[in-house]
Design a protein around this ligand. Structure first.
Ligand code: SAM
Length: 593
């Protein structure tokens, strides 16, 4: 259980109090305000609301005969032990209701007397777990539909939108709905995982929240352990891996959802102690003078990007078939540098040996059934003792090819359509969709085999994505219409391999990467149109040299690897790669001019 440091809870309470005053209420202690923590745990936020509410109230109502109080203070939590702790710890000066139960099961948490005309203040730190126990609850599923549409109301095109089922996302949606139903308007102030601020799939969530609220303020609390850092210290306030953020949405009475809320942003960076000191001394979030974001489609400051860059097509527009790399979840069993050793392991597994097997291949988990995996391995080996079609090369990391037992039942994400596409493709470009790291962007490569999803980074927010030259059905992986309008002056539409080499040249160009570094880390790379047919062919040639340098490197284990640009290659190819990169720079100069 991750509890909120009191300094943060009090900061949230002060900021909520101030936002309520902006809505015309007398802060948290106003008799027409309902204070609600939807996942209150032992009551850190409710205690903070009480202390800050009383403090603010003493300043503004010092002559009142009776200390004012909110209409009701409601704490909900599924854990009876936490509710018992809250009951013991919280003062009873305010009308307090603490209830055990699943908050997300119902929106009817306030009776008519509590609701009538009241302004709602929802604050807290709901669970962040990847999976919510309420997965599949019809109430939430229906509400989450709003988060699955973009700002134009179109369904999100992504195949995977699992991140929109995270518990904190559900708590946000639930809180938004209560805010929408609050007759006297609402303030929602939640500390959650910060991923939704800039996650591409979370754009639907941001779009809906921009409509639900009249204004939004974000305090990024930093501390992600999931990104490559610049090197300075930035600690997590909760000792968890993802970065955290406080987000406050304000919804006045009679709010018009036809407009999109302005978003203001501030961030804390540094040691945990320094952050807590800052939170203790800052009056409210508004006092931290958050910057107004010019583009509120992402809730973090936008990189300053050349307007031209945004007009270029993103790689998936040119090459529509792309897949994330393969993921076994048990590499120690399925992947090996030595083919013979891997086969031996498969045979022992198929023969029913008790193990234990590396990578816990004999152990069942939510998505893995070792008995079915064993049967699948046995079937493969009975057909072909060498498993020639199944034990194949995998592009595991740059410079590291491995043998992989690509038997789907053994893999968490076997990506059969990527395998099929690779069998029909000369090459695949590998890159990432986003990179939350702070080091210069360098996430690209070229492979001829199926690629592992950690090929370019081990971080889950930075998975390798392959764009093969051909689709699984063997058709060229090119959107002819998009390519034709992008490179309208080329004499003829290029074959997929040329387009891919051109893109490789672009991604290898140091000036392209330096100029668009921030944009490259935010979403798929965008590809500038070639300046002329001649320049296109020069780029294709430079891309071919880069590919050759990478590819040759893979098999040159004899010489020690060196780094060229941001790439690791074997020493014997370093000269060739340096030359290829210089060629890409020259060939691209006109397109970037
Ligand atoms: C991250 S803790 C935060 C607790 C408290 N707000 C704090 O900051 O110390 C999340 C809390 O959510 C509760 N919780 C998890 N799922 C819940 C659900 N579906 N309904 C209500 N409470 C839930 C847990 O029991 C836990 O107390």
């Amino acid at each position: 259980m991750v509890h909120t440091p009191p300094a943060l809870a009090r900061f949230v309470a002060r900021s909520t109090d101030a936002a309520l005053r902006d809505l015309g209420r007398a802060g948290l202690a106003d008799p027409d305000v309902v204070v609600l923590d939807p996942a209150c745990g032992p009551g850190v936020f409710l205690a903070a609301a009480f202390r800050e509410g009383v403090r603010a109230d003493q300043t503004s109502f010092s002559f009142a005969s009776q200390a004012p109080a909110p209409r009701v203070v409601l704490g909900l939590d599924v854990d009876p032990h936490a509710i018992a702790q809250a009951r013991a710890a919280l003062p009873t000066d305010w009308p307090l209701r603490l209830e055990v139960g699943d908050t997300l099961a119902s929106l009817e948490v306030l009776d008519e007397g509590a609701r009538a005309g009241a302004t709602l203040a929802i604050l807290g730190n709901p669970p962040w777990a990847g999976r919510s126990e309420n997965r599949g609850s019809p109430l939430l599923e229906g509400l989450l539909e709003d988060f699955r549409r973009d700002s134009e109301g179109r369904a999100l095109g992504e195949r995977k939108i699992g991140v929109l089922s995270d518990a904190y996302v559900r708590f946000w949606r639930w809180s938004c709905e209560l805010a929408r139903r609050a007759e006297g308007g609402a303030v929602v102030a939640l500390v959650t995982n910060a991923s939704f601020l800039d996650g591409p799939v979370h754009r639907g969530m941001r779009a809906a929240m921009s409509r639900f609220f009249a204004r939004v303020s974000v305090l990024h609390l930093g501390g992600s352990a999931l990104i490559a850092r610049r090197g300075d210290r930035d600690e997590n306030l909760f000792s968890v891996r993802p970065a955290a953020a406080l987000t406050i949405g304000v919804r006045p009475r009679g709010h018009d959802e036809g407009r999109s809320a302005p978003v203001r942003f501030a961030a804390l960076r540094g040691s945990r102690e320094a952050k807590l000191r800052m939170l203790a001394s800052a009056e409210t979030l508004e006092a931290l003078t958050p910057e107004r974001l010019a583009d509120s489609s992402r809730w973090v400051p936008a990189p300053t990007v050349d307007a031209r860059y945004l007009e270029w097509p993103a790689l998936p527009e040119l090459m529509p078939f792309h897949r994330e790399g393969l993921q076994s979840n048990r590499d120690a069993f399925c992947v090996d540098v030595d083919r013979g050793r891997l086969l031996e392991r498969l045979r022992a597994f198929a023969d029913g040996e008790p193990g234990p097997f590396p990578g816990s291949a004999g152990v069942a988990s939510a998505h893995y059934d070792p008995e079915r995996a064993r049967a699948a391995v046995r079937a493969v080996l009975t057909q072909d003792a060498e498993a020639s079609e199944h034990v194949v090369r995998l592009a595991y990391r740059p410079l590291q090819h491995r043998w992989a037992a690509l038997i789907p039942r053994l893999w968490h994400r076997p990506r059969p359509d990527l395998r099929l596409a690779m069998q029909r493709s000369e090459l695949a470009l590998v890159t990432v969709r986003k990179d939350r790291g702070e080091r210069a962007w360098s996430h690209f490569g070229a492979v001829r085999e199926p690629v592992d999803n950690c090929y370019l980074s081990a971080r889950s927010s930075c998975r390798a994505r392959a764009f093969p030259t051909h689709k699984p059905d063997g058709a060229p992986n090119i959107d002819r219409g998009a390519v034709a309008s992008w490179a309208s002056h080329l004499e003829s539409p290029p074959p997929a391999i040329e387009l891919l080499r051109y893109a490789l040249c672009v991604l290898a160009s140091p000036s392209y990467r330096a100029r668009f570094d921030a944009a490259l880390r935010a979403d798929y790379p965008r590809i500038p149109p070639p300046a002329s047919t001649a320049a296109f062919h020069e780029c294709v040639e430079a891309g071919g040299m880069i590919e050759a340098a990478f590819h040759a490197s893979v098999h040159s284990f004899a010489s020690a690897p060196v780094i060229v640009g941001h790439h690791l290659v074997s020493a014997d190819r370093a000269g060739a790669l340096t030359e290829a990169i210089a060629a890409s720079e020259r060939a691209l100069a006109a397109a970037l001019a």
